[in-house]
Design a protein around this ligand. Structure first.
Ligand SMILES: O=C(O)c1cc2cc(O)c(O)cc2[nH]1
Length: 114
């Protein structure tokens, strides 16, 4: 049940969204028992974003939500891979990429809690 919302300052094309979505599907599989099959991805693009008091044209905030817990080692691996993806593909500087992880015990799907 992972959910990843990607907020970025620039406008994304459909092709860019689909590429990032596919790469996130591969990256999330680095976490045991997580697969693209259960991954929900959303994009909030073309956002006005300030960082360090300055309006930035290339900045990203990636919000990752997980059912259950995951080790710090796996979170660090995911953070590395996602930072590399956004840096390589969208040319966002590494130090303008924020990533947070939240773990949820209570997550419902199809009308019932897991
Ligand atoms: O992605 C997860 O964390 C996930 C998916 C999934 C599906 C399922 O049927 C379960 O019982 C647990 C579960 N966790």
């Amino acid at each position: 049940m992972p959910y990843i919302n990607n907020t970025v300052s620039m406008k994304l094309t459909l092709e860019q969204e689909e590429y990032i979505k596919s790469q996130l599907g591969k990256i999330i599989s680095e976490i045991p028992n997580k697969t693209e099959q259960w991954l929900m991805v959303s994009f909030s693009d073309d956002k006005v974003m300030y960082f360090g008091g300055e309006r930035k044209t290339k900045v990203a905030y990636i919000d990752i939500r997980l059912l259950g817990s995951c080790s710090r080692e796996h979170k660090n691996k995911i953070a590395n891979l996602i930072t590399e993806l956004f840096n390589d593909y969208l040319e966002i500087p590494n130090d303008c990429i924020y990533i947070t992880f939240q773990e949820f015990k209570d997550w419902a799907w199809n009308g019932s809690l897991f």
